[in-house]
Design a protein around this ligand. Structure first.
Ligand SMILES: [Zn+2]
Length: 579
């Protein structure tokens, strides 16, 4: 037997009025039959925070007041006998989400019931998380005034309850192990579904399959989760923006930019919404690599013939720090504001001073406009291609309006200062192909600058592009060992390999790679089949300061940025002179 426990206030009713769909939902759940078809599939219960008694003798009076409310709403019959199926904080002496309240509710409904037999339904995200921590299933249903929920309406809840009571996938478990990605072969042999995230493998399947894998590989499971594989989802996020918006969702693997989370099967609303570009949620890819991690080679650790080491060394820490400070000094570089315009002019002057021919594109962003700054240095060969180095110049404070302080040091003064550094390092050298530097506006509003730029390219111009290297957040230290993530798509796999080779030749960076591009200025290029790669700080943790006034130079790791720049300069210099 299962128990479906409802919260009352704001979940089923608001201001003594039933919410839309409440009665129909209770009726539909009440009508669900067990496997033999003769008994109910689930008991219905209520667990509510209600008035606390002044004295113990007040409890019955307060309970009767609550029962009268159920009469008034016309839903009391679903919860009879109320002495067993209705539990109030009044009688327990503490409020939800205290374990005692849930414990009392479950014990009263049936002495044989365990928390794992219970599905708790509420509009309160904090209570959802608490219930899941106790081992209950729980669903966040969108309440009055809330913009989303794991299920959007009460009626959407019915299939979730149906799946829960029918025990779908109960005999599955998921295991997280630290293992080389090569161990995926053993997982497949054991009949398990596998997903690689850097140095961990997420495995799902039968407990026997998991045991077979553990026996074969000697891997020690880090975590075990009794969730069916179809509950597992992959989140890609900027900073910690998914976790800040959805603290109720249990995180199984935390790799910063990437999370594996468990969602109830009805959580379509979470899955389908893009999260305003701050996060994306999709089913966990099965038998797939989300990102791979390569060992660090050690500085100048050999690898292929050294790629123009001189230029890679030609990066000045002092100049980078000065550029970072100058960009943050505009207070905000919000795409449509005057600080952004001033930053564009400042960068334009700097690059013109190094001999680059500059031009500005103006483009709409909502009701305002923003700009892209383009700086060119032609090569000297015939049949020239072009290498493009990009970053977004704009910043945003997502907690404040356009005028709020948005230093955007890591996101993305670091990348913009990186473009300047690469421009400076390569300025004195002649090359065969053209070098183009582009600083985009409107990235934070949805890649406006890069989409506009790519849309304006002719077929001939697109074909001339040998590689695009995008930098977005290169100075946030999220990992024990300094790490870069190279993110592209199949069309840019060769660029990823060449960047990784440059990292090996010029840096001590650990290299992570991913073919799962997400929400930065490399994406519009990839969408057009242009070989672009994002170079970004590694993904084992995440910078919690991005998009706030706290994203300042003090929290940046300049050594990480300089390592990523050495890799990028080495690569760009090589491609500029390639036949
Ligand atoms: Zn950014």
């Amino acid at each position: 037997m299962k128990l479906v426990l409802f919260d009352l206030g704001k979940t089923l009713e608001d201001g003594d009025v039933l919410l839309p769909g409440a009665r129909e939902t209770l009726e539909a759940i009440h009508a669900l039959r067990d496997r033999d078809g003769d008994g109910p599939a689930a008991l219905l219960g209520l667990v509510s925070d209600f008035d606390m008694p002044a004295e113990p003798s007040d409890v019955p009076k307060i309970q009767q007041r609550y029962h009268r409310l159920l009469d008034h709403l016309g839903i009391r019959s679903f919860f009879e006998p109320v002495a067993e199926r209705v539990t109030l904080s009044t009688e327990v002496g503490v409020f939800k989400p205290d374990e005692a309240v849930f414990r009392t509710a479950v014990t009263k409904a049936g002495p044989a019931l365990n928390f794992s037999d219970v599905l708790f339904v509420t509009e309160n995200r904090g209570h959802v998380l608490a219930a899941r921590r106790l081992g209950m299933a729980a669903v966040h249903v969108r309440g009055p005034g809330q913009i989303d929920g794991e299920v959007d309406t009460l009626t959407d809840l019915v299939p979730v309850v149906e799946a829960f009571v029918s025990g779908d996938g109960e005999r599955s478990e998921s295991v997280v192990v630290v293992a080389p990605s090569g161990a995926a072969g053993s997982a497949a042999a054991a009949g398990l579904t596998w997903t690689v995230l850097g140095d961990v493998l997420v495995l799902s399947g039968s407990p026997a399959g998991v045991q077979q894998f553990v026996d074969a590989t000697g891997a020690a499971p880090l975590r075990r989760w009794a969730v069916p594989p179809h509950h597992l989802h992959l989140v890609t996020q900027i900073g910690r923006l998914f976790q800040e918006t959805h603290p109720e969702v249990p995180v199984i693997v935390d790799k910063g930019r990437y999370l594996v989370v468990a969602l109830e099967p009805g959580a379509g609303a979470l899955r389908d919404r893009s999260g305003g570009g701050c996060h994306a949620v999709r089913p966990l890819p099965a038998d797939a690599v989300v990102f791979d991690q390569r060992a660090a080679a050690g500085r100048h650790g050999g690898g292929p013939a050294v790629i123009d080491r001189r230029r890679a060394e030609d990066l000045s820490r002092a100049a980078f720090e000065a550029d970072l400070a100058a960009l943050v000094g505009f207070r905000t570089r919000h795409s449509t504001g005057t600080g952004f315009l001033a930053a564009v002019e400042w960068v334009r002057t700097a690059l013109a001073g190094h001999g680059y021919a500059t031009q500005v594109q103006t483009l709409p962003v909502g009701a305002g406009t923003t700009r892209n700054l383009i700086a060119d240095r032609p090569g000297g060969g015939d049949e020239r291609g072009v290498v493009i180095v990009t970053a977004h110049l704009d910043s945003v404070n997502s907690r404040g309006g356009p005028a709020a302080d948005a230093p955007g040091a890591d996101d993305n003064a670091s990348g913009a200062a990186g473009v300047l550094a690469i421009g400076r390092a390569l300025a004195p050298h002649t090359s065969r192909h053209d070098l183009r530097l582009v600083l985009f506006g409107g990235e934070e509003q949805g890649l406006f600058g890069s989409r506009h730029y790519v849309a304006g390219l002719s077929a001939g111009e697109r074909d001339r592009i040998r590689a695009v290297v995008n930098m977005d957040m290169i100075a946030g230290r999220n990992t024990a060992t300094r790490t870069v993530l190279l993110e592209g798509a199949a069309v840019s796999q060769h660029v990823i390999e060449a960047l990784a080779a440059s990292a090996e030749a010029h840096t001590s960076l650990v290299v992570q790679t991913s073919l799962d591009p997400f929400n930065s200025d490399h994406v519009p290029f990839l969408d057009q089949g242009i070989p672009a790669v994002l170079t970004i700080e590694g993904a084992d943790g995440a910078n919690v300061r991005v998009h706030t006034e706290l994203d300042t130079p003090e929290s940046c790791d300049v050594d990480l940025a300089l390592e990523i720049l050495r890799m990028n300069v080495g690569f760009v210099a090589q491609v500029l002179d390639a036949p």
